[in-house]
Design a protein around this ligand. Structure first.
Ligand code: SAM
Length: 219
């Protein structure tokens, strides 16, 4: 699949890894490389350097850095924390990829998964057979609950969800059709519980997450 991004949103802060075309040395030369856009911020992408079979691990996600929520970060734990959960509140909830993986764009019909379910075992996996030279995409809402920088999706897929703000705005039935990480499933389940409790007039222990907004599916 190919598509051209024409977004011109301002970068709010620079991630720790931000190569330029002139000073580029691929971080995973046998697996993928950045295709720098000739013009326009955010128009670059990551392309496979060889074929991968569906289900194959493309790379382990290593060498990451602790981060804060940003256009460049990947969420690895619930944020906000789920009230009453036993998770260590001091743990980092967002990471910086600190590699060429930063350039994997979003698609509503993704061909790779960012699997961050098991700390120490994070990986990028092919969801489809990928030929050499394919643009890699993942569903940003598979890791992000409430994105720092929402954008109008230009993936061009018939499944396109329009503006991507994070999983908080996407109905559970839609999320079910994707690979979604456990921290997002946990947040969605908590949100659903809160929403149905408030509709039924029952008080539920814990601070409410934001309400589910409707999205137009297949628009
Ligand atoms: C981590 S960057 C990905 C690399 C980015 N394309 C670049 O050139 O720096 C994430 C940003 O890329 C853009 N982006 C990624 N996927 C997109 C899509 N499907 N439609 C529109 N913009 C997208 C958005 O601006 C998003 O905030």
């Amino acid at each position: 699949m190919t598509f051209t991004l024409t977004t011109t949103l301002p970068r709010r802060s620079s991630p720790p890894y931000l190569p330029t075309k002139d000073s580029y040395s691929p971080t995973h030369p046998d697996c993928f490389r950045i295709q720098f856009a000739d013009e326009g911020e955010f128009n670059s992408c990551l392309k496979t350097e060889r074929a991968f079979a569906a289900g194959e691990t493309i790379t382990a996600i290593t060498n990451t850095l602790p981060g804060v929520k940003a256009y460049s970060s990947v969420q690895v734990l619930p944020d906000p924390p789920i009230p009453g959960s036993s998770q260590d509140p001091s743990k980092c909830r967002h990471i910086e990829l600190n590699s060429d993986l930063l350039y994997v764009n979003h698609s509503c019909d993704p061909n790779v998964a960012f699997d961050v379910r098991k700390e120490g075992n994070w990986e990028v996996r092919a969801l489809k057979d990928l030929p050499k030279g394919e643009i890699m995409t993942f569903a940003y809402f598979s890791t992000e609950w409430d994105m720092d920088q929402p954008f109008t999706c230009l993936c061009g897929s018939s499944k396109c969800l329009g503006t991507i703000r994070g999983a908080k705005d996407i109905p559970a039935e839609v999320l079910k059709t994707y690979f979604i990480n456990d921290h997002i499933l946990a947040l969605k389940s908590y949100q659903t519980q809160q929403t149905s409790a408030s509709k039924g007039g029952k008080a539920v222990k814990g601070a409410p997450l934001e309400q589910t907004a409707e999205v137009q599916v297949g628009a």
